[in-house]
Design a protein around this ligand. Structure first.
Ligand code: AMP
Ligand code: MG
Length: 546
């Protein structure tokens, strides 16, 4: 039952109406909770219990997610609620578990992975009657933890908390985050993998999503030939996406669902490419069956335009998950999903159609988006618009230009011939200076002239569209965010939080609630990366260690 408008907001997690959706839908390993690492077979979940922590303290919360769940935001600060968010108190009626899944990591089948440290408390009905699962990430070991400790450090938990909410406000599908709690306990990590492990403050992020099922949730039973679990998991994933079907019928109806998933995933990746999000670890265990951004690890936000950039130091040599590769690698991931499904889905042609739909939708979505964010309104399919976009990317590739600021400043450039005529090439590029790391170098390299020529061509194209200046600016700005969780800003928030001062995190969260709107007084959050952050770990290089 949903909490309706007449139900007062819940004052604690005990007051939520807990359900056991995933546990009821999938066969489970319901022996007593035992976090000894082991293979978990013929089961989609295993009993798990958060391990209490020493001194929980709430350092971040999302009012919107609290509202969504029908929770009183003020009550989040109550000691017993904070205790529940840290796993020290189990909400009445909650039956926690850890979910089983496998995955392809960096292109290689890795076998069973499972949630080694995200303990699901169960599901609740949100304010709209939709199911939401709550997970505590970093709450202690589970049967899937292998040799690891089941804990998470503050820096990675804060990054997940901040970015999931920022992504939501950018209008991009994502798992959400209700809270960030420090544990008062240190966690030992070797950040640079160079044999220097050191203690760091630990934290727990409470993640919220209708489903955390991943491609790897289907791959694990498929790899083991476990058709029963595969069908049940498929039916559950389909139900979350609104395709209500019994487990026995799921395989026959899977074609349409898979096609929808491929299309949603194409839209998701196109949105990432628009805002400059680099996931960093697009292994199949980190790809949602609901088209959500999931598992924020060594992700990064593209600042200077560079399609080859990846924040993930573990991937620095092969760059499999670099920015420009994301559309391709996601199709490979969906292919793995189709392969897993083919164990039970007879109509493999339908799966192939889904994969084709991915490529088609990505292409059309990319073009529609480019046309809109460049202020053209529509896309000319005769190749002229594509040539203009390619030309801009080629100029950016040989200069150092912040792509976020570039797009915002572009919308401010007048397109009327009289206005443009008055501006010499250098003045025109000067309008973009804020986005340019080294304006003198740009001009000396010849890229400045190329950019000025491009702007004139862009302006002519924009004039041709017939959209007036005012409207164009609004439409461009609606797709080009001004505020994104820049890597160095997140790092500054982490530095402060590690010193016990979560104020910057709160301010950043506030700014990122309205990423497309100019916010006077908040200019500092829209600046291009400062030089000190160029090579600092956490700002342009991210470790997988979390
Ligand atoms: P990731 O690279 O974060 O997607 O993690 C890959 C797998 O390792 C997942 O199954 C995680 O649950 C598991 N894992 C990562 N860190 C830990 C940890 N500290 N303790 C237990 N399991 C972990
Ligand atoms: Mg993961």
């Amino acid at each position: 039952m949903a909490r309706d408008a007449h139900t007062p907001p819940a004052r604690s997690l005990d007051e939520l109406r807990w359900r056991s959706d995933l546990r009821d839908a999938l066969p489970g390993d319901d022996g007593p909770h035992d976090p000894t690492p082991r293979p978990v077979v013929a089961a989609g979940w295993v009993e798990a219990r958060p391990e209490p922590v020493a001194a929980p303290r709430l350092v971040g919360w999302s009012g919107e997610v609290a509202d969504l769940l029908g929770l009183d935001v003020q009550a989040l600060h109550e000691p017993d609620v904070v205790a529940a968010l840290a796993g020290n108190h189990l909400p009445a009626g909650a039956a926690p578990f850890a979910a089983a899944y496998g995955g392809h990591q960096f292109g290689t089948w890795a076998g069973q992975l499972g949630d080694g440290r995200a303990i699901s408390l169960g599901e609740v009905s949100d304010a709209q009657g939709k199911i939401q699962q709550l997970q505590l990430k970093g709450a202690g070991p589970t049967a899937f933890s292998r040799t690891a400790d089941g804990r998470a450090v503050l820096r990675s938990s804060l990054r997940e908390f901040l970015c999931s909410e920022a992504m939501h406000h950018l209008g991009i599908p994502t798992t959400r985050a209700l809270s960030l709690v420090t544990t008062g306990q240190d966690v030992v990590r070797d950040v640079l993998y160079d044999g220097n492990p050191a203690p760091e403050p630990g934290a727990i992020c409470c993640r919220v999503a209708p489903s955390f099922l991943r491609i790897g949730s289907l791959e694990l039973p498929a790899a083991r030939g476990d058709e029963r679990l595969l069908r049940a998991t498929l039916a559950l994933a389909m139900r979350h996406a609104g395709h209500d079907v019994a487990a026995d019928d799921a395989a026959d109806a899977a074609g349409e669902w898979f096609r929808d998933l491929c299309i949603e995933t194409a839209e998701l990746v196109a949105a990432w490419m628009r805002v400059g999000f680099v996931h960093g670890v697009l292994n199949t265990d980190n790809v949602s069956l609901l088209g959500l951004t999931i598992d924020y690890g060594p992700y990064g936000w593209l600042e200077p335009w560079d399609p080859d950039w990846t924040p993930n130091t573990t991937d620095a040599d092969r760059r499999r998950y670099r920015f420009g590769m994301q559309p391709t690698v996601m199709q490979w991931n969906l292919l793995q999903c189709a392969r897993a499904l083919s164990l039970v889905v007879e109509d493999t042609a339908a799966l192939e159609r889904g994969l084709a739909a991915y490529a088609e939708r990505y292409r059309s979505s990319f073009r529609r988006q480019q046309a809109e964010r460049l202020g053209w309104g529509s896309w000319r399919s005769d190749g002229r618009d594509l040539a203009l976009v390619d030309e801009l990317e080629a100029i950016l590739a040989r200069s150092e230009v912040d792509h976020v600021l570039l797009h915002r400043r572009l919308s401010r450039i007048p397109t009327a011939p009289e206005a443009l005529e008055e501006l010499a090439g250098s003045d025109l590029v000067g309008l973009l200076d804020e986005a340019i790391y080294d304006p003198a170098q740009l001009r000396a390299s010849g890229a400045g002239d190329a950019l000025a020529d491009w702007i004139r061509e862009w302006a002519a194209r924009a004039r041709d569209s017939g959209i007036d200046e005012q409207e164009r600016r609004g439409r461009m700005d609606a797709l080009n965010p001004l505020y994104v969780p820049r890597n160095y800003l997140a790092q500054e928030a982490i530095d402060d939080a590690e010193r016990g001062a979560p104020g910057l995190l709160e301010e950043l969260m506030e700014v990122l609630r309205r990423p497309y709107e100019e916010q006077p007084g908040r200019e500092r959050f829209a600046r291009r990366r400062p030089e000190w952050a160029r090579r600092r770990v956490g700002c342009s290089m991210l470790s997988c260690s979390s």
